[in-house]
Design a protein around this ligand. Structure first.
Ligand SMILES: O=C(O)CCC(=O)C(=O)O
Ligand SMILES: [Fe+2]
Length: 275
């Protein structure tokens, strides 16, 4: 295990119980502002013609929603995701030295008055409890780097602490329900998950959470947009899963090949192998 530990034992334990933690990131105000400015250019407000379009959350990612993969090669973004901070934290949370990227996204959540709907309550992936408690864990985790402060009004992420545990036990009993997709709350077992908490943060902080934790977006009732850069991480030994809604597998393979060439030599081990 790496010498340089970022999280305290309490934080690691909290992640174990709650399925999420919020921590201080390593970036300077200038670095955060540079990404924030870039997101304004990359994610301008677009009125969609589709009725069900989620206008609160204009996102380009590698899996869907009109993602333009080359945008993630932007040096300002590369400077962020190549930072060893994410790898070091994931090493502690997943109990392995060998970590790879597991997905990229960015979002700008516009104020409610110009939005149509927010993303519902869901899990991003389905994991068995046995996979969560395995060492290394056999799960993916997400990190959300906040580029703006997140106040109660400014679309904080809603999280149901500890919900990954009953959800994981459900999938231990029903492994036939597991696929490469997430699930909406309505399709999860009828369990009392209790009240959600909201993830408040300062710009530059990072929320890490288990992809099978029940969570959801909330409305932005503020006047400023909320901006986030998302980085998925996984243990190297866990297969990179290409979701059904992804375009061609070769597009993803080529995206990561191009990323490898752009990363500094000593960061290339973070690129996942796609098989
Ligand atoms: O950004 C948020 O507040 C929630 C986003 C989310 O849960 C997702 O995209 O899967
Ligand atoms: Fe999600």
């Amino acid at each position: 295990m790496s010498e340089q530990k970022i999280l305290t034992e309490e934080q690691v334990n909290q992640f174990d119980c709650d399925g999420s933690i919020n921590v201080n990131g390593p970036f300077t105000t200038e670095e955060i502002e540079a990404v924030s400015k870039l997101l304004d250019e990359m994610l301008p407000f677009e009125e969609s013609k589709k009725n069900n379009y989620d206008a609160t959350r204009v996102t380009r990612d590698i899996f869907s929603k009109g993602g333009k993969l080359y945008e993630f090669y932007n040096p300002v973004l590369l400077n962020i995701y190549q930072h060893p901070f994410f790898e070091r934290v994931a090493q502690q949370l997943l109990y392995t030295d060998k970590i790879t990227f597991n997905g990229f996204a960015m979002s700008k959540t516009y104020p409610f008055r110009i939005s149509k709907k927010v993303s519902g309550e869901h899990v991003d992936s389905k994991y068995r409890y046995s996979e969560i408690i395995a060492r290394p864990r056999r799960i993916g985790i997400s990190s959300m780097l906040y580029l703006t402060d997140v106040t109660p009004d400014r679309a904080p992420l809603k999280i149901w602490p500890g919900s990954h545990i009953p959800i994981g036990k459900h999938y231990d009993e029903h492994p036939e329900l597991i696929d490469t997709e997430g699930s909406q709350r309505a399709d999860l077992p009828d369990h009392l998950f209790g009240d959600p908490t909201i993830a408040l943060a300062k710009a530059g902080q990072v929320t890490f959470f288990i992809n099978s934790l029940l969570h959801g977006a909330s409305e932005n009732r503020d006047i400023e947009a909320r901006k986030v850069f998302y980085l998925g991480l996984k243990p190297k030994c866990l297969k990179y899963k290409i979701p059904k809604r992804a375009k061609e597998k070769t597009i993803i393979v080529n995206f990561f090949k191009g990323m490898s060439l752009r990363l500094p030599m000593n960061r290339r081990h973070m690129v996942p192998e796609i098989i």
